[in-house]
Design a protein around this ligand. Structure first.
Ligand code: FMN
Length: 444
Protein backbone atom coordinates (compact mmCIF):
# COMPACT_ATOMS: atom_id res chain seq x y z
CA UNK A 1 0.00 0.00 0.00
CA UNK A 2 2.94 2.37 0.24
CA UNK A 3 5.43 3.34 -2.35
CA UNK A 4 8.46 1.20 -1.70
CA UNK A 5 11.56 3.11 -2.63
CA UNK A 6 13.83 0.13 -2.94
CA UNK A 7 13.65 -3.59 -2.31
CA UNK A 8 13.72 -4.68 1.33
CA UNK A 9 17.23 -5.15 2.61
CA UNK A 10 18.89 -2.56 0.39
CA UNK A 11 20.38 0.39 2.18
CA UNK A 12 20.27 3.78 0.47
CA UNK A 13 23.79 3.62 -0.81
CA UNK A 14 23.36 6.32 -3.36
CA UNK A 15 25.48 9.03 -1.87
CA UNK A 16 29.20 9.13 -1.48
CA UNK A 17 30.11 10.55 1.88
CA UNK A 18 32.40 10.58 4.85
CA UNK A 19 31.55 10.78 8.49
CA UNK A 20 31.99 14.08 10.29
CA UNK A 21 35.46 13.30 11.50
CA UNK A 22 36.52 11.16 8.60
CA UNK A 23 36.45 8.20 10.99
CA UNK A 24 34.68 5.96 8.51
CA UNK A 25 35.03 7.05 4.90
CA UNK A 26 32.76 5.52 2.25
CA UNK A 27 32.25 5.76 -1.45
CA UNK A 28 29.82 4.11 -3.82
CA UNK A 29 30.59 1.26 -6.19
CA UNK A 30 27.49 0.39 -8.21
CA UNK A 31 24.76 0.00 -5.64
CA UNK A 32 27.07 -1.12 -2.86
CA UNK A 33 28.78 1.13 -0.35
CA UNK A 34 32.39 0.31 0.24
CA UNK A 35 34.81 1.87 2.63
CA UNK A 36 37.58 3.80 0.97
CA UNK A 37 39.84 0.87 1.77
CA UNK A 38 37.58 -1.24 -0.50
CA UNK A 39 35.93 -3.17 2.33
CA UNK A 40 32.12 -3.31 2.51
CA UNK A 41 30.69 -1.93 5.77
CA UNK A 42 30.44 -4.66 8.40
CA UNK A 43 27.06 -6.26 9.09
CA UNK A 44 25.40 -4.94 12.26
CA UNK A 45 27.05 -6.29 15.39
CA UNK A 46 24.98 -8.20 17.86
CA UNK A 47 24.23 -5.59 20.55
CA UNK A 48 25.09 -8.07 23.29
CA UNK A 49 28.64 -8.17 21.91
CA UNK A 50 29.07 -4.75 23.51
CA UNK A 51 28.56 -6.32 26.92
CA UNK A 52 31.23 -8.92 26.21
CA UNK A 53 33.64 -6.21 25.09
CA UNK A 54 33.09 -4.35 28.37
CA UNK A 55 33.62 -7.43 30.55
CA UNK A 56 36.75 -8.36 28.57
CA UNK A 57 38.17 -4.90 29.19
CA UNK A 58 37.18 -5.25 32.84
CA UNK A 59 39.56 -8.22 33.09
CA UNK A 60 42.32 -5.66 32.38
CA UNK A 61 40.80 -3.29 34.96
CA UNK A 62 39.63 -0.93 32.25
CA UNK A 63 36.40 0.79 33.19
CA UNK A 64 33.82 1.93 30.58
CA UNK A 65 33.75 5.61 29.66
CA UNK A 66 29.99 5.91 30.06
CA UNK A 67 27.64 4.41 32.61
CA UNK A 68 25.25 1.64 31.59
CA UNK A 69 22.73 2.76 34.19
CA UNK A 70 20.10 4.34 32.02
CA UNK A 71 18.60 6.27 34.93
CA UNK A 72 21.89 8.10 35.50
CA UNK A 73 22.35 9.53 32.00
CA UNK A 74 20.16 12.55 32.59
CA UNK A 75 21.80 13.67 35.85
CA UNK A 76 25.32 13.19 34.45
CA UNK A 77 24.44 15.07 31.27
CA UNK A 78 22.94 17.91 33.30
CA UNK A 79 26.33 18.48 34.90
CA UNK A 80 27.79 19.12 31.45
CA UNK A 81 25.13 21.47 30.10
CA UNK A 82 24.47 25.19 30.40
CA UNK A 83 21.36 26.13 32.39
CA UNK A 84 19.68 27.06 29.09
CA UNK A 85 20.48 23.77 27.33
CA UNK A 86 19.45 21.77 30.39
CA UNK A 87 16.16 23.64 30.68
CA UNK A 88 15.52 23.05 26.99
CA UNK A 89 16.03 19.27 26.95
CA UNK A 90 14.75 18.36 30.39
CA UNK A 91 11.85 20.82 30.41
CA UNK A 92 8.26 20.00 29.55
CA UNK A 93 4.96 21.74 29.03
CA UNK A 94 3.51 23.11 32.28
CA UNK A 95 4.42 21.21 35.41
CA UNK A 96 5.37 18.10 33.47
CA UNK A 97 2.29 15.97 34.15
CA UNK A 98 2.16 14.57 30.61
CA UNK A 99 5.86 13.70 30.69
CA UNK A 100 5.43 11.93 34.03
CA UNK A 101 2.50 9.95 32.66
CA UNK A 102 4.62 8.97 29.66
CA UNK A 103 7.05 7.24 32.01
CA UNK A 104 4.45 5.85 34.39
CA UNK A 105 2.51 4.26 31.52
CA UNK A 106 5.26 1.66 31.03
CA UNK A 107 5.04 0.34 34.60
CA UNK A 108 1.35 -0.41 34.07
CA UNK A 109 2.44 -3.31 31.87
CA UNK A 110 4.72 -6.15 32.90
CA UNK A 111 6.58 -8.71 30.84
CA UNK A 112 5.73 -12.30 31.75
CA UNK A 113 8.68 -14.57 30.92
CA UNK A 114 8.19 -17.99 29.37
CA UNK A 115 10.51 -20.94 30.10
CA UNK A 116 12.10 -23.74 28.12
CA UNK A 117 11.79 -21.89 24.85
CA UNK A 118 14.53 -23.59 22.89
CA UNK A 119 16.42 -21.30 20.52
CA UNK A 120 19.55 -21.54 18.44
CA UNK A 121 20.72 -18.00 19.10
CA UNK A 122 19.90 -14.61 20.48
CA UNK A 123 16.62 -13.02 19.33
CA UNK A 124 16.49 -11.48 15.87
CA UNK A 125 15.79 -7.77 16.43
CA UNK A 126 15.14 -6.92 12.79
CA UNK A 127 11.82 -5.44 11.69
CA UNK A 128 10.03 -4.53 8.47
CA UNK A 129 9.17 -0.85 8.37
CA UNK A 130 8.02 1.20 5.40
CA UNK A 131 8.95 -1.54 2.98
CA UNK A 132 12.49 -2.00 4.24
CA UNK A 133 14.06 -4.50 6.58
CA UNK A 134 15.92 -2.76 9.42
CA UNK A 135 18.34 -4.60 11.69
CA UNK A 136 16.98 -2.91 14.83
CA UNK A 137 13.56 -1.65 15.90
CA UNK A 138 14.66 1.85 16.92
CA UNK A 139 15.40 5.13 15.18
CA UNK A 140 16.97 8.34 16.44
CA UNK A 141 14.09 10.80 17.07
CA UNK A 142 14.17 14.25 15.49
CA UNK A 143 15.70 16.68 17.97
CA UNK A 144 16.54 20.25 17.06
CA UNK A 145 19.34 22.63 18.06
CA UNK A 146 21.77 19.87 19.00
CA UNK A 147 24.78 22.17 19.01
CA UNK A 148 23.55 23.56 22.34
CA UNK A 149 24.30 20.12 23.82
CA UNK A 150 27.65 19.40 22.15
CA UNK A 151 29.84 21.29 19.70
CA UNK A 152 29.40 18.67 16.97
CA UNK A 153 25.62 18.53 17.43
CA UNK A 154 23.73 16.74 14.67
CA UNK A 155 26.95 15.71 12.91
CA UNK A 156 27.84 13.55 15.90
CA UNK A 157 24.41 11.99 16.35
CA UNK A 158 23.93 11.35 12.62
CA UNK A 159 27.34 9.65 12.46
CA UNK A 160 26.56 7.56 15.56
CA UNK A 161 23.22 6.47 14.10
CA UNK A 162 24.96 5.28 10.93
CA UNK A 163 27.62 3.52 12.99
CA UNK A 164 24.96 1.63 14.94
CA UNK A 165 22.78 0.82 11.90
CA UNK A 166 19.87 2.85 13.23
CA UNK A 167 17.89 5.31 11.06
CA UNK A 168 18.48 8.99 11.80
CA UNK A 169 15.50 11.35 11.72
CA UNK A 170 16.78 14.85 11.06
CA UNK A 171 14.85 17.81 12.49
CA UNK A 172 13.92 20.96 10.58
CA UNK A 173 15.16 22.75 13.70
CA UNK A 174 18.66 21.31 13.34
CA UNK A 175 21.68 23.49 13.97
CA UNK A 176 23.41 21.98 10.92
CA UNK A 177 22.39 22.06 7.27
CA UNK A 178 20.60 19.19 5.54
CA UNK A 179 23.57 18.58 3.27
CA UNK A 180 26.13 18.42 6.10
CA UNK A 181 24.02 16.04 8.18
CA UNK A 182 23.64 13.78 5.14
CA UNK A 183 27.38 13.77 4.72
CA UNK A 184 27.95 12.86 8.37
CA UNK A 185 25.34 10.11 8.12
CA UNK A 186 27.13 8.64 5.09
CA UNK A 187 25.71 5.23 4.20
CA UNK A 188 23.18 5.37 7.04
CA UNK A 189 19.41 5.33 6.59
CA UNK A 190 18.14 8.88 7.01
CA UNK A 191 14.68 10.32 7.27
CA UNK A 192 13.66 13.99 7.36
CA UNK A 193 11.29 15.64 9.84
CA UNK A 194 9.38 18.68 8.67
CA UNK A 195 8.18 21.60 10.73
CA UNK A 196 5.62 22.68 8.23
CA UNK A 197 5.45 26.34 7.08
CA UNK A 198 2.02 27.80 6.25
CA UNK A 199 0.69 27.50 2.69
CA UNK A 200 1.86 31.04 1.99
CA UNK A 201 5.39 29.58 2.17
CA UNK A 202 4.79 26.46 0.10
CA UNK A 203 7.75 27.48 -2.05
CA UNK A 204 10.02 27.22 1.00
CA UNK A 205 8.49 23.86 1.99
CA UNK A 206 9.06 22.54 -1.54
CA UNK A 207 12.65 23.76 -1.45
CA UNK A 208 13.36 22.02 1.88
CA UNK A 209 11.81 18.77 0.64
CA UNK A 210 13.78 18.94 -2.57
CA UNK A 211 17.03 19.47 -0.65
CA UNK A 212 16.23 16.57 1.69
CA UNK A 213 15.47 14.29 -1.23
CA UNK A 214 18.65 15.30 -3.04
CA UNK A 215 20.64 14.51 0.11
CA UNK A 216 19.35 10.95 0.40
CA UNK A 217 16.58 11.36 2.99
CA UNK A 218 14.04 8.74 2.01
CA UNK A 219 11.05 9.19 4.34
CA UNK A 220 9.27 12.37 5.39
CA UNK A 221 8.11 12.73 9.00
CA UNK A 222 5.71 15.64 9.45
CA UNK A 223 5.34 16.86 13.02
CA UNK A 224 1.77 18.00 13.63
CA UNK A 225 1.90 18.93 17.32
CA UNK A 226 4.33 21.85 17.23
CA UNK A 227 3.02 24.70 15.09
CA UNK A 228 4.04 26.79 18.09
CA UNK A 229 6.30 25.81 20.99
CA UNK A 230 4.43 24.64 24.10
CA UNK A 231 4.13 26.57 27.39
CA UNK A 232 7.52 25.61 28.81
CA UNK A 233 8.27 27.16 32.20
CA UNK A 234 11.90 26.00 32.27
CA UNK A 235 12.67 27.93 29.08
CA UNK A 236 10.70 30.96 30.18
CA UNK A 237 12.58 31.05 33.50
CA UNK A 238 15.78 31.24 31.46
CA UNK A 239 14.27 33.69 28.97
CA UNK A 240 15.55 31.19 26.43
CA UNK A 241 14.19 30.36 23.02
CA UNK A 242 17.06 28.83 21.02
CA UNK A 243 15.44 29.73 17.71
CA UNK A 244 15.31 33.46 18.23
CA UNK A 245 19.03 33.82 18.82
CA UNK A 246 21.06 35.13 15.95
CA UNK A 247 23.76 32.48 16.46
CA UNK A 248 22.67 30.19 13.61
CA UNK A 249 21.56 27.52 16.09
CA UNK A 250 18.06 26.37 15.26
CA UNK A 251 17.96 28.34 12.02
CA UNK A 252 20.63 26.54 10.01
CA UNK A 253 18.19 25.01 7.54
CA UNK A 254 16.51 28.33 6.82
CA UNK A 255 19.70 30.30 6.54
CA UNK A 256 21.05 27.76 4.06
CA UNK A 257 17.83 27.64 2.03
CA UNK A 258 18.00 29.43 -1.34
CA UNK A 259 14.26 30.21 -1.45
CA UNK A 260 14.14 31.59 2.11
CA UNK A 261 17.27 33.63 1.38
CA UNK A 262 15.91 35.17 -1.80
CA UNK A 263 12.53 35.96 -0.20
CA UNK A 264 14.33 37.59 2.72
CA UNK A 265 16.42 39.71 0.40
CA UNK A 266 13.42 40.75 -1.67
CA UNK A 267 11.55 41.80 1.46
CA UNK A 268 14.34 43.51 3.42
CA UNK A 269 16.80 44.51 0.71
CA UNK A 270 19.71 42.88 2.59
CA UNK A 271 21.27 39.45 2.93
CA UNK A 272 20.49 37.35 6.01
CA UNK A 273 24.03 37.90 7.34
CA UNK A 274 23.45 41.65 7.41
CA UNK A 275 20.47 41.34 9.77
CA UNK A 276 20.74 38.05 11.63
CA UNK A 277 18.30 39.05 14.33
CA UNK A 278 15.42 39.75 11.92
CA UNK A 279 16.32 36.69 9.84
CA UNK A 280 16.26 34.38 12.90
CA UNK A 281 12.92 35.75 13.99
CA UNK A 282 11.49 35.43 10.48
CA UNK A 283 12.68 31.84 10.01
CA UNK A 284 11.29 30.91 13.44
CA UNK A 285 7.94 32.38 12.42
CA UNK A 286 8.10 30.40 9.18
CA UNK A 287 8.57 26.97 10.76
CA UNK A 288 6.53 27.68 13.91
CA UNK A 289 3.74 29.74 12.31
CA UNK A 290 1.45 29.56 15.39
CA UNK A 291 -1.44 28.07 13.40
CA UNK A 292 -2.08 24.50 12.34
CA UNK A 293 -2.56 23.21 8.83
CA UNK A 294 -5.72 21.23 7.97
CA UNK A 295 -6.04 17.67 6.64
CA UNK A 296 -6.63 18.99 3.12
CA UNK A 297 -3.05 20.33 3.07
CA UNK A 298 -1.52 16.84 3.20
CA UNK A 299 -1.98 16.63 -0.55
CA UNK A 300 0.63 19.32 -1.11
CA UNK A 301 3.19 17.19 0.70
CA UNK A 302 2.19 14.11 -1.27
CA UNK A 303 2.58 16.06 -4.50
CA UNK A 304 6.02 17.25 -3.46
CA UNK A 305 7.50 14.14 -1.86
CA UNK A 306 7.78 10.82 -3.67
CA UNK A 307 8.61 8.61 -0.68
CA UNK A 308 6.68 7.44 2.37
CA UNK A 309 5.07 10.10 4.58
CA UNK A 310 4.71 9.57 8.33
CA UNK A 311 2.62 11.92 10.49
CA UNK A 312 4.15 12.50 13.94
CA UNK A 313 2.16 13.44 17.03
CA UNK A 314 -0.92 11.25 16.65
CA UNK A 315 -2.73 10.52 19.94
CA UNK A 316 -6.31 9.69 18.97
CA UNK A 317 -7.95 6.83 17.11
CA UNK A 318 -9.98 9.34 15.07
CA UNK A 319 -6.83 11.09 13.84
CA UNK A 320 -5.16 7.76 13.10
CA UNK A 321 -8.15 6.84 10.94
CA UNK A 322 -7.88 10.17 9.11
CA UNK A 323 -4.24 9.37 8.40
CA UNK A 324 -5.39 6.18 6.67
CA UNK A 325 -8.07 8.08 4.72
CA UNK A 326 -5.48 10.60 3.55
CA UNK A 327 -3.21 7.86 2.29
CA UNK A 328 -0.10 8.44 4.38
CA UNK A 329 2.15 5.48 5.03
CA UNK A 330 2.79 5.77 8.75
CA UNK A 331 2.19 7.57 12.02
CA UNK A 332 4.18 8.27 15.15
CA UNK A 333 2.08 7.80 18.27
CA UNK A 334 3.75 10.59 20.22
CA UNK A 335 3.02 13.54 22.46
CA UNK A 336 6.43 15.10 21.82
CA UNK A 337 7.69 13.80 25.15
CA UNK A 338 5.14 15.90 27.03
CA UNK A 339 6.72 19.11 25.81
CA UNK A 340 3.65 20.49 24.06
CA UNK A 341 0.43 19.83 26.02
CA UNK A 342 0.35 19.46 29.78
CA UNK A 343 -2.28 17.38 31.55
CA UNK A 344 -2.22 14.98 28.62
CA UNK A 345 -2.49 11.23 28.42
CA UNK A 346 0.67 9.12 28.51
CA UNK A 347 1.55 8.24 24.91
CA UNK A 348 1.87 4.49 25.59
CA UNK A 349 -1.68 4.44 26.97
CA UNK A 350 -3.09 5.42 23.56
CA UNK A 351 -0.93 3.00 21.58
CA UNK A 352 -2.98 -0.24 21.82
CA UNK A 353 -6.28 1.28 20.72
CA UNK A 354 -4.62 3.09 17.82
CA UNK A 355 -2.91 -0.17 16.79
CA UNK A 356 -6.25 -2.00 16.96
CA UNK A 357 -7.90 0.62 14.75
CA UNK A 358 -5.28 1.10 12.03
CA UNK A 359 -2.37 -1.25 12.66
CA UNK A 360 -3.10 -3.32 9.57
CA UNK A 361 -3.36 -0.24 7.32
CA UNK A 362 -0.24 1.76 8.05
CA UNK A 363 3.08 1.50 9.88
CA UNK A 364 3.10 2.58 13.50
CA UNK A 365 6.04 4.23 15.21
CA UNK A 366 6.02 5.09 18.89
CA UNK A 367 7.77 7.64 21.09
CA UNK A 368 7.52 9.56 24.34
CA UNK A 369 8.99 7.90 27.40
CA UNK A 370 11.36 5.26 25.98
CA UNK A 371 14.18 5.09 28.52
CA UNK A 372 15.49 1.52 28.40
CA UNK A 373 15.35 -1.77 26.51
CA UNK A 374 12.34 -3.10 28.42
CA UNK A 375 10.37 0.03 27.42
CA UNK A 376 11.09 -0.75 23.77
CA UNK A 377 9.96 -4.36 24.28
CA UNK A 378 6.67 -3.22 25.85
CA UNK A 379 5.89 -0.63 23.16
CA UNK A 380 6.54 -3.22 20.47
CA UNK A 381 4.47 -5.86 22.25
CA UNK A 382 1.64 -3.33 22.24
CA UNK A 383 1.95 -3.00 18.48
CA UNK A 384 4.58 -0.40 17.62
CA UNK A 385 6.77 -1.46 14.71
CA UNK A 386 9.61 0.86 15.62
CA UNK A 387 10.39 3.16 18.56
CA UNK A 388 11.97 6.59 18.36
CA UNK A 389 14.60 7.25 21.01
CA UNK A 390 14.58 10.91 22.10
CA UNK A 391 16.06 12.39 25.29
CA UNK A 392 18.36 9.43 26.15
CA UNK A 393 20.52 9.99 23.08
CA UNK A 394 20.61 13.74 23.71
CA UNK A 395 22.08 12.93 27.14
CA UNK A 396 24.59 10.65 25.42
CA UNK A 397 25.46 13.49 23.04
CA UNK A 398 26.07 15.87 25.94
CA UNK A 399 28.20 13.26 27.70
CA UNK A 400 30.43 12.27 24.81
CA UNK A 401 29.40 13.40 21.31
CA UNK A 402 29.31 10.65 18.71
CA UNK A 403 30.65 8.02 21.15
CA UNK A 404 28.09 9.02 23.75
CA UNK A 405 25.20 8.63 21.30
CA UNK A 406 26.59 5.29 20.11
CA UNK A 407 26.82 4.10 23.70
CA UNK A 408 23.19 4.99 24.40
CA UNK A 409 21.93 3.25 21.26
CA UNK A 410 24.02 0.14 21.92
CA UNK A 411 22.96 0.04 25.57
CA UNK A 412 19.26 0.24 24.73
CA UNK A 413 19.57 -2.46 22.08
CA UNK A 414 21.69 -4.73 24.27
CA UNK A 415 19.17 -4.53 27.07
CA UNK A 416 16.32 -5.13 24.64
CA UNK A 417 18.01 -8.18 23.20
CA UNK A 418 18.70 -9.81 26.57
CA UNK A 419 15.24 -8.89 27.87
CA UNK A 420 13.64 -10.74 24.96
CA UNK A 421 16.07 -13.63 25.19
CA UNK A 422 15.55 -14.18 28.92
CA UNK A 423 11.79 -13.84 28.61
CA UNK A 424 11.67 -16.59 25.98
CA UNK A 425 10.72 -14.20 23.16
CA UNK A 426 12.44 -15.39 20.02
CA UNK A 427 12.38 -12.23 17.93
CA UNK A 428 11.14 -8.67 17.68
CA UNK A 429 8.60 -9.63 15.04
CA UNK A 430 4.89 -9.55 16.03
CA UNK A 431 4.76 -13.34 15.78
CA UNK A 432 6.81 -13.52 19.01
CA UNK A 433 6.68 -10.04 20.51
CA UNK A 434 3.00 -9.29 21.04
CA UNK A 435 0.44 -8.68 23.79
CA UNK A 436 0.57 -12.31 24.89
CA UNK A 437 3.86 -11.60 26.64
CA UNK A 438 2.42 -8.73 28.72
CA UNK A 439 0.09 -8.52 31.67
CA UNK A 440 -1.53 -5.38 33.06
CA UNK A 441 -0.42 -4.65 36.59
CA UNK A 442 -3.98 -3.77 37.66
CA UNK A 443 -5.07 -7.29 36.76
CA UNK A 444 -2.67 -8.86 39.23
C1 FMN B 1 15.41 18.77 23.16
C2 FMN B 1 14.35 18.20 22.28
C3 FMN B 1 14.17 18.72 21.01
C4 FMN B 1 13.20 18.19 20.17
N1 FMN B 1 13.10 18.67 18.89
C5 FMN B 1 12.20 18.12 18.07
C6 FMN B 1 12.14 18.53 16.71
O1 FMN B 1 12.89 19.39 16.28
N2 FMN B 1 11.20 17.95 15.91
C7 FMN B 1 10.34 16.98 16.37
O2 FMN B 1 9.51 16.48 15.62
N3 FMN B 1 10.40 16.55 17.64
C8 FMN B 1 11.31 17.09 18.49
N4 FMN B 1 11.39 16.63 19.76
C9 FMN B 1 10.52 15.52 20.18
C10 FMN B 1 11.17 14.16 19.89
O3 FMN B 1 11.24 13.89 18.54
C11 FMN B 1 10.37 13.03 20.57
O4 FMN B 1 9.04 13.09 20.14
C12 FMN B 1 10.44 13.14 22.09
O5 FMN B 1 11.74 13.44 22.51
C13 FMN B 1 9.97 11.86 22.74
O6 FMN B 1 9.92 11.99 24.13
P1 FMN B 1 11.08 11.44 25.08
O7 FMN B 1 12.37 11.98 24.60
O8 FMN B 1 10.70 11.98 26.44
O9 FMN B 1 11.02 9.95 25.01
C14 FMN B 1 12.35 17.14 20.63
C15 FMN B 1 12.54 16.62 21.90
C16 FMN B 1 13.52 17.13 22.73
C17 FMN B 1 13.72 16.51 24.09
Amino acid sequence: MFKTLRPAGNLPFRFASRSCRGRQAYHVVGNVARRRDGVAPPPPKDPVAYEKEIYDKGLRYERPRFTFQTTKWQALAEERMSAEAKGYVVGNAGDGETARKNSEAFAKWSIVPQRLVKTDGLPDLSVDVLGQRHPFPIAVAPVGVQRIFHGEGELASAAAAARENVPYVMSTASSTSIENVAEANGVGVRWFQLYWPTNEHNDITASILQRAKASGFTTLFVTLDTYILGWRPSDMDNGYNPFLRSDNIGVAIGFSDPVFRSKFKAKHGVEIEQDLHTAASEWTGTVFPSLSHGWEDIKFLQDNWDGPIVLKGIQTVADARKCVEHGVQGIVVSNHGGRQVNGGVGSLGMLPRIVDAVGDKLDIFFDSGIRNGADIAKAMALGAQMCLVGRPYVYGLALGGEDGVSHVLKSLLGELELTLHLAGIQSASPEHLNREILIREDQL
